[in-house]
Design a protein around this ligand. Structure first.
Ligand SMILES: Cc1cc2nc3c(=O)[nH]c(=O)nc-3n(C[C@H](O)[C@H](O)[C@H](O)COP(=O)(O)O)c2cc1C
Length: 369
């Protein structure tokens, strides 16, 4: 069984270890324009020794935005900003995918072009929270706005927005893209049997509900080749308000199988607190294994907090091939080195998850040895 420190080949992309950096929104992009720059370049370059860096969620269009100061990947200025990031990461010997994001109904009119309602598969409001930023810089958690249902005729335009973002990602020098189909954002909303009751070709049956994801994956594949595309799912997770539905498990099995036909870079499974309650135990014992078997390619596991031994145990147990660490990657820029040498792990400061500058972002030191 592989060790976290063993190298892994993601369909041609050679990664020196299986300790990946999970996608982490940090809300420090420049406004107006949602543009990354030197601050982000320094941050990701500090973490170049991770087997793979998956960037913070990055909106594919202005409509895809739900939080303040999250970066985009659709304008020339954003591409130029991201180019600083990818050049620094590559110069430091690293590899980086960008996470392509559309929040769907988890948004607020304050973030939407011309104050329009956010879009969703159906016109049903999320009970999840979003964040807005006031003129004085203060961030506030607020209820998501009432969305409008996407029209059938708009779906090709939506897919083209993803395709455009993937082309921008290629131009910005990323090694690949991760399609964000987790955490109750737009693609997850379409997958959901509890929410997506549309009566056109994009909703209702499982086949219809996964149509958007497959189109997005194929569009991204046109820019990068399918080996440059990963997908993140949160099976049976319910962050941001997507009620559990009786066919969630079958949907996840079918999605894994359909993605497996495409020979993607990886399938990334985020699960909260692995194995700690009935649902999670069930997931670990059955669904995760079934999804891995149907996908047939590299599986990245995530959701361990500080439980590094548990993560290694799940690799030993054949649940996956690599592990993405989120909060530990925030506070340990040299996490692979620390784990290899048994150095103490630094705690993170959650009051600094979101901010404006390098504090709590680029000032976590490497281990002193
Ligand atoms: C500050 C913060 C920002 C996050 N941003 C994202 C994100 O942009 N995209 C995403 O898919 N998950 C995001 N997550 C979830 C993490 O990727 C990860 O799934 C979660 O932190 C659990 O992993 P961990 O236990 O290793 O931290 C975020 C989590 C945190 C704490």
């Amino acid at each position: 069984m592989p060790l976290l420190h063993d190298r892994i080949d993601l369909r041609g992309l050679a990664c020196p270890n299986r300790i990946f950096m999970a996608p982490l929104t940090r809300q420090r992009a420049k406004s107006p324009g949602d543009i990354p720059g030197e601050l982000q370049a320094e941050h990701y370059a500090q973490r170049a020794e991770f087997g793979l860096i998956i960037s913070e969620a990055t909106q594919i269009s202005p409509e895809g935005k739900g939080y303040p100061n999250t970066p985009g990947i659709y304008s020339d200025e954003q591409v130029a900003g991201w180019r600083l990031v990818t050049d620094r990461v590559h110069a430091a010997g690293g590899r980086i995918f960008v996470q392509l994001w559309h929040v769907g109904r988890v948004s607020h009119v304050a973030h939407q072009p011309n104050g329009q309602p956010p879009v969703a598969p159906v016109a049903a409001r999320s009970k999840g929270f979003v964040v807005v930023r006031h003129d004085d810089g203060r961030r506030e958690r607020v209820e998501a706005s009432m969305p409008r249902a996407l029209e059938t005729a708009e779906m090709p335009r939506l897919i083209e927005d993803f395709a455009h973002a993937a082309r921008c990602a290629k131009a910005a020098g990323f090694d690949g893209v991760e399609v964000h189909a987790a955490n109750s954002y737009l693609i997850n909303q379409f997958l959901s049997g509890s929410l997506n009751t549309r009566d056109d070709a994009w909703g209702g049956s499982i086949e219809n509900r996964m149509r958007l994801l497959m189109h997005v994956v194929d569009a991204a594949g046109e820019a990068f080749g399918s080996a440059g595309v990963g997908v993140r799912l949160s099976p049976m997770g319910s962050v941001n308000d997507l009620p559990i539905h009786h066919d969630d498990e079958e949907c996840m099995r079918r999605v894994a199988e359909e993605l497996g036909k495409r020979r993607l870079a990886y399938l990334h499974l985020f699960h909260h607190h692995w194995g700690r309650d009935r649902w999670n135990g069930l997931f670990k014992d059955t669904l995760c294994r079934e999804m891995r078997a149907r996908f047939g390619g590299p599986v990245v596991l995530n959701g361990y907090g500080t439980d590094v031994a548990g993560a290694q145990g799940d690799l030993d147990g054949g649940l996956g091939d690599a592990v993405a660490f989120g909060k530990l990657a925030i506070s340990n820029p040299d996490l692979p080195t620390r784990l290899a040498h048994g150095h103490a792990l630094a705690p993170w400061d959650d009051t600094q998850f979101y901010g404006d500058d390098a504090r709590g972002y680029n000032d976590y030191p490497r281990a002193q040895v």
